[in-house]
Design a protein around this ligand. Structure first.
Ligand SMILES: Nc1ncnc2c1ncn2[C@@H]1O[C@H](COP(=O)(O)OP(=O)(O)OP(=O)(O)O)[C@@H](O)[C@H]1O
Ligand SMILES: [Mg+2]
Length: 326
């Protein structure tokens, strides 16, 4: 089995707000293997971003974080903000939906890559500038030498996201976390950015976590998938297994609600995601689940191996086989 680069165990994140506590992440367990591309999916508010912001140490001090996040054998929970700054960029980097927020508008893009390189590596200005141009080339920016002297506003959205990826991979991190990196881009550009991310994974052996709502994107690029619901993982496995025979009723619901060729009707999941100030007891999905029974109200189901997948459903072994409804 491949080495694990990241191991998250019983991660919990609670926010104190003027209206009460928000239980955003409620016991997440997941592994990222060296060099793999893990897709993380789930409806809005399921805790995808908060899980990885906690892992990389970018949550505000109002968040209470407990559990364990081990990156390359090193525990990250409990590290000081200064220690986490050294981890970020060097071992693990994160990119977001909006590339402008990650770039400094008053600095040339080349300089921003140089700064990232020099904050973790002992390089002369000339060496760093050469490397910055190489990185721009690698992420598919045409005429990288001229472009490195330009400012972020001179780039299109897709080109800016390429620059952000160049900065993120500048120090050859072991893990790249991409949180909805293509949501703000049009479809053609989306495909190009995904291709850059896939190339980084394949060329450098960088493990990638790709957070998205889009199961189609996951099907195209991911090796494994983690499905989140109400602050927990409910199903994990290899993409082919998960799409072919999902066990968890929530995963089945997600797969039934995506457009497919030859299918004229979508079946959305009934109801709404729960309020994370007072999530339902037991299995949080039970309030929307057609297979729920009284025992689902009592205990929170843990992930268990069933039919090639890790599934957190008490009834996984009793459910009818799955077919995308026509
Ligand atoms: N700073 C915060 N203070 C209070 N609650 C927060 C904060 N950040 C996130 N939350 C809450 O935590 C829960 C998980 O949010 P998160 O952003 O991780 O969802 P997500 O799965 O990334 O959703 P999306 O797909 O919309 O990005 C939500 O209920 C959200 O409202
Ligand atoms: Mg998010």
């Amino acid at each position: 089995m491949a080495e694990k680069i990241l191991q998250i165990r019983n991660l919990r994140v609670t926010f104190e707000t003027p209206f009460g506590q928000v239980f955003a992440v409620r016991g997440v367990d997941l592994d990222v293997e060296e060099g793999e591309l893990l897709g993380v999916v789930g409806e809005s508010g399921s805790g995808k971003s908060v899980t990885f912001l906690a892992a990389i140490g970018l949550l505000s001090s109002r968040a209470r974080v407990t559990g364990s996040v081990v990156l390359q054998g090193e525990e990250l929970i409990g590290k000081t903000p200064q220690q986490m700054r050294s981890v970020r960029g060097r071992l693990m980097a994160m990119i977001f939906q909006d590339p402008l927020s990650a770039l400094n508008p008053v600095h040339r893009v080349g300089k921003q890559i140089v700064e990232m390189l020099q904050s973790h590596q002992n390089l002369t200005n000339k060496q760093a500038a050469t490397r910055a141009v190489e990185l721009l080339d690698l992420v598919g920016i045409p005429q990288p030498e001229q472009r490195s002297n330009q400012y972020p506003h001179e780039f299109s959205g897709g080109m800016r996201q390429r620059v952000v990826i160049a900065i993120a991979i500048a120090n050859n991190p072991k893990l790249l976390i991409a949180d909805e990196p293509t949501t703000a881009l049009d479809v053609t550009v989306q495909a190009q950015i995904l291709e850059v991310i896939k190339r980084v994974q394949q060329q450098f052996g960088t493990a990638v976590v790709l957070i998205t709502h889009d199961l189609g994107v996951i099907a195209r690029v991911a090796d494994r998938v983690d499905v989140m619901y109400a602050g927990r993982n409910v199903e994990q496995g290899l993409v082919d297994n998960l799409y072919d025979h999902p066990s968890h009723p929530y995963t089945r619901g997600l797969l039934s609600s995506i457009p497919q060729a030859g299918k004229d009707r979508l079946t959305p999941i009934r109801g709404f995601p729960p309020n994370m100030m007072s999530p339902p007891s037991g299995c949080a999905f039970r309030t929307r689940c057609e297979f729920a029974e009284p025992s689902c109200e009592v205990d929170i189901p843990e992930l268990k191996m069933f039919n090639d997948l890790q599934t957190a459903c008490l009834r996984a072994h009793q459910l009818p086989s799955f077919q995308v409804r026509q």
